[in-house]
Design a protein around this ligand. Sequence first.
Ligand SMILES: Cc1cc2nc3c(=O)[nH]c(=O)nc-3n(C[C@H](O)[C@H](O)[C@H](O)COP(=O)(O)OP(=O)(O)OC[C@H]3O[C@@H](n4cnc5c(N)ncnc54)[C@H](O)[C@@H]3O)c2cc1C
Length: 309
Amino acid sequence: MTAAPDASAPAPAPAPAESIPHFRFFSLEVLRTRRLGRSFLRITFGGASLAEFRSGGYDQSLSLFLPPAGREHTVLPSTDEDTWFADWRGMPGEERPVMRSYTVREQRRTPAGVDEVDIDFVLHGSSSPASSWAGRAVTGRRIMAIGPAVAENKSVRFQPPAATDAVLLYADETALPAAAAILDRLPPGTPVRAWFEVPHEEDRLYLPTPAGADITWIVRDPGTGHERTDRVLDALRTAERPASEAPYAWIAGESATIRAVRRHFVQDCALDRRAVRFTGYWRLGATEEDLLAEAYAGRAPDETPTAAL
Ligand SMILES: Cc1cc2nc3c(=O)[nH]c(=O)nc-3n(C[C@H](O)[C@H](O)[C@H](O)COP(=O)(O)OP(=O)(O)OC[C@H]3O[C@@H](n4cnc5c(N)ncnc54)[C@H](O)[C@@H]3O)c2cc1C
């Protein structure tokens, strides 16, 4: 399957690829916010450094550094490639910016030449740092991010083999921005079967795509825990999938549900496990600090996570 070119991305700088680090720091300034649905807030960021930002599209992710409670802007002690992680971790807890993973919903250059990046935040409560920060974001607030400096980078996980003849997507609300960006870029007519799980009826978004997409919305209201995974599996089991020789599945969302959906595709549907890309975007009851601590248990204190962004 050949991916559609991204007409909105700026042309890459004319430098040899091996001399460019894949990720670097960017300073992002809130330009505007827009409510997309009951749970979704789009924040459009600008900033001079975005001239060097190179989203690879699809599910391109980045890491945001949000100001700690009581601060307006993010200030990092260092953006040096080799030392930032140790410097950031060494900051006193009350001063340390909060690191969180998000998706580049869209990157574009406006006709006026302004580089912009959209990030769609799920508002899931005011006691979690990222959700709370997004809910209070106003024009002019500045944060930092580690994001892509080259379009071909490891934080684009949607990588269908060339022979793929149909795409299966499962996303909960946190992965809907990524699934929407994937739908934006698929070649015209690609058969797609998608299941999108959202908290509320008012979160069903209009998702235009050149692909031939058949979308089932799973509205969770008011399910939680195991109940939510069962509801997703019921929807998957009762659905017809496109006739296909070489399907590719991309699954992202809450970790326990992701594992169950992957098992369904591999065991019940006999999909080749190498053609099932799955990513836990969050875990019920765990903050991103908890997940980072698990991922980095046993590693050197200054080992940077940029390769895993
Ligand atoms: C590669 C990647 C891309 C992602 N892209 C996006 C994106 O584009 N938009 C987006 O909104 N999220 C996205 N996420 C998920 C986001 O990083 C997590 O939801 C993150 O935990 C939010 O941080 P927080 O500070 O609000 O909550 P945390 O402090 O991390 O968590 C606090 C509590 O809230 C719970 N929680 C976390 N997220 C949710 C939720 N959505 N609903 C209900 N409870 C929750 C946790 O289990 C925990 O108990 C992405 C994650 C990854 C790994």
